[in-house]
Ligand binder design. Structure first.
Ligand SMILES: NC(=O)c1ccc[n+]([C@@H]2O[C@H](COP(=O)([O-])OP(=O)(O)OC[C@H]3O[C@@H](n4cnc5c(N)ncnc54)[C@H](O)[C@@H]3O)[C@@H](O)[C@H]2O)c1
Length: 276
């Protein structure tokens, strides 16, 4: 177990990637505080994990909710070693031309309030505890934090903003708190969209992402959600990641190394080297 007795606070931990992170961190010996807007799903997590998990329902757009949750985490587990701002929504690749004029303001506010302000408020709420523990922050980014076409202009702008946030906070919070980011790629979760665009009941799992990514990613397949959790364990581990702050890990199946003429340049390696 790599994280025995470390305490992790995660937003959006009741579903998808966040949920997989909770399971993985508990397996690694950590105690986990889960903050999510869905009271039913956070309660269920607590039931499944017993004393290793405390769950708090709230909205990442509310500093008050997050401060209440940070206090509950410290009251229950005594500290916060790692904060993972992760709760997010997607814009389902809605292009600028398709954005309805009368909803741009609301959609912009909703996406930025959850995907960017939600991260800033989570840090603000956990800051005293993180300084006291000499802890670290691991932000979930996305391939959309680095490349176009992983979202529309609104989502892509929010994820690029998180890249800036990682860099700024890594500077501002040094030498007491390390701040890093993981640029995860496509995965089968319940990722939904802004209510202002009528997308709050949608789920990315309705899209045949696995089939699509086979021919888009150099690794040739969409990773399982669980396969994304190792990077977070690495950044949370005090020993192994001690030199890392302001680090951004592209962890997306190789989107930045796609070839111009074919996605993966080594498709004929087995034939050429006579390997089964
Ligand atoms: N699924 C993908 O293909 C993909 C790709 C790249 C990046 N990401 C990023 O991964 C992160 C996790 O998303 P996911 O795919 O696991 O989706 P998900 O919907 O399964 O999980 C996100 C969680 O955040 C919670 N949440 C949303 N808005 C909230 C709010 N206002 N307050 C509190 N909680 C809120 C949801 O209830 C949900 O439990 C997001 O930041 C997303 O942008 C996802």
């Amino acid at each position: 177990m790599k994280l025995q007795d470390e305490v992790v606070f995660i937003t959006g931990g009741a579903s998808g990637l966040g949920r997989a992170l909770v399971d993985r961190f508990v397996k690694e010996g950590a105690k986990v505080a889960v903050f999510d807007k869905s009271p039913d799903r956070v309660r269920q997590l607590e039931q499944e994990h017993g004393k290793a998990v405390v769950s708090i329902a709230g909205d990442v757009r509310s500093l008050e909710d997050l401060k209440r949750a940070a206090t509950q985490c410290v009251d229950t587990f005594g500290k916060i070693d790692v904060l993972i701002p992760n709760a997010g929504i997607w814009d389902y690749n809605m292009s600028l031309v398709d954005l309805p004029e009368d909803n741009i303001d609301k959609a912009f506010d909703e996406l930025f309030q959850i995907n960017v302000k939600g991260y800033i408020l989570a840090v603000k709420a956990c800051l005293p505890a993180l300084v006291a523990s000499r802890g670290s922050i691991i932000c979930t980014i996305s391939n959309a934090g680095f490349y176009p076409n992983g979202g529309g202009p609104l989502y892509t702008a929010t994820k690029h903003a998180v890249v800036g946030l990682v860099r700024e906070l890594a500077f501002e919070l040094a030498p007491y708190i390390r701040v890093n980011g993981v640029g995860v790629g496509g995965m089968n979760t319940s990722l939904s969209g802004p209510g202002s665009l009528g997308m709050n009941e949608k789920s990315i799992s309705e899209i045949p992402l696995g089939e699509m990514l086979k021919s888009i990613l150099p690794i040739g397949r969409m990773p399982d959600v669980d396969e994304y959790t190792g990077a977070y364990v690495f950044f949370a581990t005090r020993g192994d990641s001690a030199p890392a702050t302001g680090a951004l890990l592209n962890y997306d199946g190789g989107m930045g190394v796609r070839g111009l003429f074919s996605v993966a340049g080594g498709n004929d390696l087995l034939d050429k080297l006579n390997i089964e």
